[in-house]
Design a protein around this ligand. Structure first.
Ligand SMILES: Cc1cc2nc3c(=O)[nH]c(=O)nc-3n(C[C@H](O)[C@H](O)[C@H](O)COP(=O)(O)O)c2cc1C
Length: 195
């Protein structure tokens, strides 16, 4: 399986870091190859929120300006793309077919080739324009997943909280993972009696 990880300029670079850690570790061991592309602002936000060199994960990182990357063409037959975090500007450009950089072009290719495109969108509040663009993305076949963690697996660390989002995003791409405990029904919680 070959995937593209796009990292745009929304807050939420830790989601991208967790996805890179998984894809470079268990993902690679399971035979998944991952190509990474940052938007120009995505790099800046990564530097601010993470600060480490993203190349340290050992995944191939393409310059956003390099439209010669294999996944800029449908003929390369990549299997899917995750954009995490996805800015509303990035979502808007994809929804309107404006692919001026490699990240946008890769997303455009996924939609036209009917491959899974998962956008972990981060913005709040959402304007009517944002919502209409996200609707158009879903109509075009993308999965829009708000960068909104869940709590039913009782995450105790920020990493575990991030994984509740990354797990479900990887699920949509068909990537087997156990980043969070899956819901298996309500446990009966026995509270100590007060008397
Ligand atoms: C600190 C910081 C945080 C930002 N957070 C968000 C955000 O959460 N969501 C968003 O859509 N844009 C956010 N932005 C604005 C985007 O970076 C800006 O719209 C940029 O043009 C997006 O570029 P890109 O879509 O090419 O990555 C943020 C900008 C800064 C400087």
């Amino acid at each position: 399986m070959r995937l593209v990880l796009g990292i745009s300029g929304a807050s939420g670079a830790p989601y991208a870091r967790r996805a890179m850690e998984f894809l470079a570790g268990p993902g690679r061991a399971a035979g998944i190859e991952t190509d990474v592309v940052f938007s120009k602002t995505g790099r800046l936000i990564w530097q601010h929120e993470i600060g480490t060199d993203p190349a340290s994960h050992g995944l191939h990182i393409w310059p956003a300006s390099d439209l010669t990357a294999p996944f800029a063409s449908g003929s390369a037959r990549y299997d899917g793309m995750l954009i995490a975090p996805c800015s509303v500007g990035c979502a808007a450009r994809i929804a309107h077919g404006i692919s001026t950089d490699l990240l946008g072009r890769a997303a455009d290719v996924m939609l036209k080739e009917r491959r899974p495109l998962v956008a972990v969108v981060r913005e709040t509040p959402l304007s009517l324009i944002h919502l209409r663009n996200l609707t158009q993305l879903v109509e075009a076949g993308a999965f829009v997943m708000p960068a909104a963690p869940s709590f039913y697996s009782r995450p105790e660390t920020i990493e575990a909280l991030l994984d509740t989002v990354v797990c479900r995003a990887l699920d949509r791409l068909g990537v087997d993972n156990d980043l969070m405990s899956r819901w298996s029904g309500m446990e009966i919680r026995r509270e100590p009696r007060s008397e």
